[in-house]
Design a protein around this ligand. Structure first.
Ligand code: BGC
Length: 367
């Protein structure tokens, strides 16, 4: 049965500032391995805002706009004849990146793409999920259990830290002994806060650093997870490091390349720092290069970049949300501070700019 239909969507003209607009798009025909999904809600993240500012993004071939949104929860409407394991009504989320033909992508890891000719839904050359419905290949859909309906929109941002911690654990196989006791999370946006929960759920002592002084919503969230929130306006990195002792793991998500690099100095011996921020500027910096170099060498420290996430990280994130609910009932959902309703009256400025005390904004498309 042909499914071609027009649906309302939110799109931009990439690399032009502030062109966010409502539009309608034609969905592609449903292929045999495809699934038609009704969008329930879509999260707004820093990348979406960079796209809206005109700093990032690319249109799919042959069109002049890009539907944004890559953090989605939806419900299956219809499946192609080759899809045997999803039914109408099932909840799903979707991975973001689609492979090119490089060896890493061919080996099943588009998140480790070598040639960087990948496509990403809502970011590079593939429409995103901020449309009333979307069509996706079954391969890229992740089933979400019904009891996670309220939290499922947080799966994609959680996968970013799932991958970060998985990378750190893989790297630490270089050691005969690694005991994750103390972790530093830099940045208290959704990624930093989900990282805080993940590391706390693994039993680590966690300190979460951010610029903003307390009290604020992120600081309350951190405290409720049993971690410690520190504002970098009140303490220096050296002071914090002196108090913490050996820092086994740093997850950097602040968006500030200066602190990302400076933190290498305070990373503990045999430690790993995972860099997650994509800093779009051309900031130059004076850093203590000799000190950083020597401490990395003498301390056998590792610094690694990590982007996007694999299917395994999505599957782990689904399970992890259950762990979080078990450990801190109701806490994870408080990350969603702002809910907007998709429709002609939607104030697009609420998507473009960050509101005071906002952690995560989501756009509601349907129930
Ligand atoms: C998304 C990733 C994506 C990255 C770079 C992030 O916001 O979560 O999936 O790979 O942006 O485009």
């Amino acid at each position: 049965m042909p499914t071609s239909r027009s649906v309302a969507a939110l799109a931009v003209h990439p690399l032009q500032a502030n062109t966010l607009h409502q539009t309608s798009i034609d969905l592609p025909e449903l292929g045999p391995a495809d699934v038609l999904v009704q969008t329930i809600r879509v999260g707004v993240c820093g990348t979406d805002r960079e796209i809206i500012r005109g700093d990032l993004g690319a249109t799919p071939a042959g069109v002049d706009s890009l539907v944004i949104g890559h953090e989605v929860l939806g419900r299956v409407v219809q499946t192609g004849p080759l899809v045997a394991d999803l039914q109408a009504g099932d909840l799903v989320t979707a991975t973001v990146r689609r492979p090119d033909g490089c060896p890493a992508c061919l080996a099943g890891e588009p998140d480790m793409c070598l040639w960087l000719n990948y496509e990403e839904r809502g970011i590079f050359r593939q429409p995103g999920f901020m449309s009333e419905q979307f069509v996706e290949d079954r391969r890229w859909l992740i089933p979400v259990p019904e009891h996670l309906a309220a939290l499922g929109v947080l799966i994609e941002p959680l996968t970013v830290v799932e991958k970060a911690v998985r990378q750190a654990e893989l790297i630490q196989h270089r050691l005969n002994y690694w005991d994750l006791q103390t972790a530093l999370v830099i940045g208290a946006g959704p990624i930093g806060l989900l990282g805080t929960l993940l590391l706390r759920s693994k039993g680590a002592r966690v300190v979460t650093l951010a610029r903003t002084e307390q009290p604020n919503a992120a600081a309350d969230f951190v405290a409720r997870s049993g971690a410690t929130y520190i504002s970098t306006r009140t303490r220096s990195l050296d002071d914090i490091a002196a108090e913490l002792g050996n820092i086994d793991l740093i997850i950097e998500s602040s968006g500030n390349s200066e602190i990302a690099l400076d933190a290498m100095r305070i990373l503990g011996n045999n430690g790993v720092e995972v860099l997650l921020s994509i800093c779009g500027g051309d900031h130059l910096s004076e850093l203590p290069a000799d000190k950083i170099n020597t401490s990395l060498v003498l301390g056998n420290k590792t610094v690694v970049g990590s982007v996007n996430a694999g299917t395994v990280d999505f599957e782990n994130a689904v399970r992890r949300l259950d762990d979080f609910e078990h450990l801190w009932p109701g806490l994870t959902g408080t990350l969603i501070t702002n809910r907007l309703t998709f429709g002609p009256d939607l104030d697009l400025n609420l998507i473009t700019g960050k509101s005071p005390n906002e952690i995560k904004t989501v756009v509601e498309f349907s129930q």
